[in-house]
Design a protein around this ligand. Sequence first.
Ligand SMILES: [Mg+2]
Length: 249
Amino acid sequence: MKIDGLIFDFGFTLFEFRNASIETYFECFRKGLRKSIEKLKETNILNNEEIIKQFSKLFKKKRTQYFKQSLKTKKEFPTSNVFELVLDELNLEKVNREIYFELADLYHSYEEKEWVPFKNTKDTLEKLSNFKNLKMAVLSNHPHHMTIINLLKKYDLMEFFNVVVTSAEFGKRKPDPDIFLYTLKKMGLEKPETCMVCGDEHADIVGGDRAGLQTILCKRMLRFPFEREINVPNYIKVNDISEILNHIH
Ligand SMILES: [Mg+2]
């Protein structure tokens, strides 16, 4: 079918997480938090063992709490805000906004090492970029915008996209239809029915459908815990990103 815009999900659509497991994922954040704490020690904001313990405990608690809440409310709570809130609650010295973003960069730095593009991602994007008048975007539910930007740059994929939107930047998460409509607006496209979203899960397909876009599911080998059923009629399913070329002309 002929389309004007193609919106890709990031995780498990364009990129895969190496050795994906809950354990690897948590290990990345444990190491990341240690780096953020090192930074806070350097700047003398955390200056004794007791306060480091309190900070670490409260950060983990808040991060989990906001993550669960974000799944329920579809509102994103960016990692930089969690750092700000935790420092605030412990009555620690205020730092400037750049530092909160730097702390979030460090927190996500180990996660960043594990995301790699799927084997056929670049080749598929290259082929799609030859289509006339087709605009492409990345739309990711992620609490730190720079992680997605850094990864697209790291693997030379940034050039393919007109727009990169994250829930951290927009404030709401997929499947909220507003984030899809916001992405289309940024792409300079007005008609959702002439656009398509390609993703690996409920949030992409159901959200895209609610926003009036065409949808294509890139089936993932790995099952997530608490996977939600996709209750949308007639969406296209493919087993590999390269197969979407069979559905776009
Ligand atoms: Mg995904």
